[in-house]
Design a binder for this molecule. Structure first.
Ligand code: AMP
Ligand code: ZN
Length: 115
C-alpha cells in the first residue's frame, strides 16, 4: 500500500478524513481512521474506515481489508474493549441498509448486546 489513496470530494467520510468536516477522532494511522458515530447505538460506537474511498466492502481491495482489520484490533485495545468484547458490523450495499458509501466497520461496545 502506498501513501496515496482514492478520495471523493462529496463523501462525508472523506471530508472527515481531510478535516473538512467535524468528528471526534479516536484513532489515526497512515491508512486508517476511527471516529465516533454521531448517532451512537451503543455506549461506544466508533466507525473505522480506510482513508481510501472504497464505496462498499465488495469493492475494497483485499490488502486494504487486511490492513483495516489488523488496525481494528489496535483500535479495540485503545478503546479498552479488546478483552471485554465488542461487536463489528459492516453494511455492504443497498439492501443491507448502508447509508454512507465509504467502507466503514461499526465497532459497538459497552453493553451486553442481544442479536
Ligand atoms: P451505514 O448504514 O453502515 O452506512 O452507517 C452509516 C453510519 O454513519 C450511521 O450510523 C450514521 O449515524 C453515521 N454517520 C453519518 N454521518 C456521520 C458523520 N458526519 N459523523 C459521524 N457519523 C456519521
Ligand atoms: Zn469517502
Amino acid at each position: 500500500m502506498t501513501g496515496t489513496y482514492p478520495t471523493d470530494e462529496y463523501c462525508i467520510f472523506c471530508r472527515i478524513i481531510a478535516r473538512n468536516a467535524p468528528a471526534k477522532l479516536r484513532y489515526e494511522s497512515e491508512h486508517v481512521v476511527a471516529f465516533d458515530d454521531h448517532r451512537p447505538k451503543a455506549p461506544t460506537h466508533v466507525l473505522i474506515c480506510p482513508k481510501g474511498h472504497y464505496p462498499t466492502f465488495m469493492e475494497t481491495p483485499d490488502e486494504v481489508l487486511a490492513q483495516l482489520e489488523a488496525e481494528i484490533k489496535i483500535v479495540a485495545e485503545r478503546l479498552g474493549v479488546g478483552e471485554r468484547g465488542f461487536r463489528m458490523v459492516v453494511n455492504n450495499g443497498r439492501e443491507s441498509g448502508q447509508l454512507v458509501f465509504h467502507l466503514h466497520y461499526h465497532l459497538l461496545a459497552g453493553t451486553v448486546m442481544g442479536f
